[in-house]
Write a protein of this length. Sequence first.
Lengths: 248, 156
Amino acid sequence: MTFNLTVSPDFAPDHISGWYFFNTWLQRQLETGIHLELYDSFEAQRNDIRADKFDLIYANPYDASMLVRELGFQAIARPASKSDETVIAVNAESGFQTVEDLKAGARIATTDDPDVHTMGMIMLESADLDKSNTEIKEHSSYIVVAKNLLNGGADAGFFLKEAYDEMSDLIRSKMRVLVSSQISVVHHSLLVGPRMAEYIPAIQQAMLTMQDNEKGKSVLESMDVSHWEPMDSEQTEFMIDLIDTLID
Amino acid sequence: MSEQDTGEVRNVEIKYFDGTARTAAITDREVPYPDGKLIVSRTDPQGIITHANQAFIDMSGYSEEELIGINHYILRHPDMPAIAFKGLWDTIDQGTKWNGYVKNLRKDGAYYWVKATVIPNIRNGKLVGYTSVRRKPSRSKIEESEALYKTLLAEE
Ligand SMILES: Cc1cc2nc3c(=O)[nH]c(=O)nc-3n(C[C@H](O)[C@H](O)[C@H](O)COP(=O)(O)O)c2cc1C
C-alpha cells in the first residue's frame, strides 16, 4: 500500500527539495511507499484533504483543527522552536507608525494562508478595522504582497513572519513592520491519519531521533528544522482550542 | 493611557460570589495592552486557573505560583458590573463561546482593558475546563464599554 503525504503550501520555496528528501528518508525508515504531493493553493489542498486523499500531513495550525476534530488525525511532532507568527508591514516611506494609524478604507494585501490572514485581521481590530471597512485583496504569494506594498497598491500587508524574514534584504529594506505577533504556542505540526495509525510509534521514533545520525541530520538541514519535538493529544487540543477562540 | 486617568489611589472592598472579599488599593492608571500578544489562561470547570502564559503573568503582575490554583476573580476590577460576568458564565455553561470587553485589575492596583473570548474545552464529549484568550481592544470599544459598565454599575 502506498500512503500519501502533503505539506501546507506556506513554507518557503527554498525548502521544497527538503520535503522530497524527508519523504525518501521516511519511506526507508518505515519500509513502505509514500507519495508526496505539493500544492500552490490552500483551497485546492483543503478540498483534497476533505476528499480523504492523505495519510500524512504537515499542516498549518488552522488546518490541524479540521484534521483532528473532523477527520480523526493525530498530531505527533512539531519542528523545534518554530512557531507561526504574523507580521503586518507597510511601505517604509508611508506615514503609518502604528496599526492604529490605519483608517477605514485601508487597502490590505493578504494571501489565502488561513492562519496568517486570521491573525492579521485580529491585529487590525485595535484600529477598529475589519472586513466591512477595509479593502482586502488576496494575492498568490508573500512576494506579491510585498510588491503591492512597494508599488503603492496596498497600505498594509500580512506576512507569515518566517516568510517575511526570508525575503531579500533589498525588499525588506523598503518595508517596515508595524506589528509582529508573539503567540508562540501556535505552530505547524505533522499529523497522521487513521489509515496510517499503526505506523505512529515508528514514525515518532524515527523523527525524534533523526538529528542523531548523519543522513537524518542532513535531511533536517535541508528543511531548515533543527529537530522535531513530540506532540501529545493534550498539546494539540490546547492549540486547537486557542485557534477556536480566534475564529468567529 | 485613558484620558480620564487621574493616577488617584482609592481603597475598595471587592466582594466575590463565593462570599469572600478583599480590600484592594485601586490606582486610576491604565497599562497599555502589549501589541501582537495574546493573554492566555485555562481553568478547570469551576474556573480555577490551571495555566497562564507569560503575557498573562506580565500584565496581571502576579507570579505563576500566585495564579495557579486561584479564581480569575483576583483580576476583577470594581468598575466591572456583576452582570457582565453573569453573562459570561451563563454563556459558557451552555457550552458556547463568550466574547466581551473586560477591565482587569493588576496586582499593583492599575488596570488594563482586554477583548476576551472564553470557550469550553470539551474532550471526548466531557467538559474539562475553559480557555480564555484576550487581545488588544480598540480605543472606541473601550470608551463604549466604560460608558455601558458605568450605567450598569449604577443600576446594581
Ligand atoms: C476562562 C475564564 C477566564 C476568566 N477571565 C477573567 C478575567 O480575565 N477577569 C475577570 O475579572 N474575570 C474573569 N473570569 C470570570 C471570573 O471567574 C469571575 O466570575 C469574575 O471575576 C467575577 O467575580 P465574581 O464571580 O466573584 O463576581 C474568567 C472566567 C473564566 C471561566
